[in-house]
Design a protein around this ligand. Structure first.
Ligand code: AMP
Length: 341
């Protein structure tokens, strides 16, 4: 029987609880320092204890996962801690499409896929000299918003970059990515594409709470101006959001178009969970600044099922459980290769 394995972080509790509820065996690749925490949860059948997650790249760890018939569920921690080459070298079958994770990590590839999907993206700003209105400056990979900063002029760009370098937050030789700042209501749209049913499901929406940009918004502008701290967009947690029903049609259209574009650019396409992230402006028009090509931690809000999944399933269905259901169905119909890479 197939087991579900994941790294102990990000959304591992939800993923393994969902797998257990589906009757699958559960394996946590757990850093020694977090063993005590994860031992508290009875649905974890087996732990592979490591000093660092990088050990998942070693033969010993992969053989152990193979023996246990594991399917690995990738999440943000895998992407944040490993290079695309390292992720692609993992032999353990990975749920979804491991090749698309490179498209999430690399800013240029990310932009290419978003353009192909016709997502309305903020204008990229090629160099600091091209800054003419407020921009957000981002780092490569799944940095989680740490070290991002805002600038309205080239001068401000250099001042803030230098400050972050001197504080050790970013490094001198790091390539930064600049795009126009899109103002509006944050909405992170969570989807699941089933390669077995060839169907897109809309799961839910979350908002991220980011520090210290939110902290700054709580103090009067006078004090904001006096603070010489560069506020970061470091994710602290998530909260739920439901959309005006009239927005749903466009949400499905964006999801479908993303799935179609991924099929064209990166075989076998956008299988499994993914997220399109952006803001709604005052005309309820969406601008998307980002996607995640795997489960996002924002789905942790809906461990008992989401409002939109309660419309599709007559049972409590978390994203973790949905993933396990797909693996189980694939195994039953001998199609595991269709849901893994
Ligand atoms: P990202 O790593 O692209 O998900 O960005 C981290 C956070 O920065 C997001 O959750 C937003 O709060 C903010 N952000 C990123 N890009 C933009 C943008 N173009 N306009 C406004 N806010 C943005």
């Amino acid at each position: 029987m197939t087991a579900i394995a994941t790294l102990g972080s990000h959304c591992s509790l939800q993923v393994l609880k969902g797998a257990k509820d589906e009757g699958l065996k559960t394996i946590l690749v757990c850093e020694k320092k977090r063993e005590k925490l994860y031992k508290r949860f009875p649905f974890i059948d087996d732990m592979i204890i490591v000093d660092s997650f990088k050990e998942i790249l070693e033969q010993k760890c992969q053989s152990s996962l193979e023996e246990k018939n594991a399917v690995l569920i990738p999440h943000g921690t895998l992407i944040a801690q490993m290079s695309s080459e390292e992720i692609e070298s993992i032999k353990t079958p990975m749920f979804g499409n491991k090749w698309i994770l490179r498209w999430e990590s690399d800013r240029e590839m990310k932009e290419k896929l978003m353009v192909e999907a016709k997502l309305p993206i903020p204008k990229p700003v090629p160099t600091p000299a091209d800054i003419s209105k407020m921009v957000i400056v981002k780092r490569q990979g799944a940095a989680g918003g740490k070290g991002y900063f805002l600038a309205a002029t080239e001068k401000e760009y250099h001042e803030k970059r230098n400050q972050l370098i001197s504080e050790g937050v970013i490094s001198k030789d790091e390539t930064l990515y600049i795009q126009e700042y899109a103002a509006g209501v944050l909405a992170y749209l969570q989807f699941f594409y089933s390669p077995l049913n060839e169907e897109l499901e809309f799961f839910g929406v979350d908002q991220r709470h980011e520090s210290d940009i939110e902290g700054l918004a709580r103090i009067p502008s006078e004090q904001q101006l006096k603070s010489n701290k560069v506020p970061s967009f470091n994710v602290i947690g998530n909260s739920p959001l439901v959309l005006r029903e009239s927005l749903l049609e466009n949400v499905y259209d964006m999801g479908d178009s993303f799935v179609d574009a991924a099929k064209r650019l990166v075989t076998p396409g956008m299988n499994g969970p993914f997220c399109i992230e952006g803001v709604y402006d005052e005309n309820a028009r969406f601008t998307s600044f980002e996607f995640s090509a795997r489960i996002v931690a924002g789905t942790n809000i809906y461990m008992n099922g989401s409002p939109y999944y309660s419309l599709l399933f007559n049972e409590q269905m978390s994203m973790g459980k949905r993933i396990a259901r797909e693996v189980k169905n694939a195994e039953k119909s001998n199609q595991l290769d269709k849901v893994t890479t």
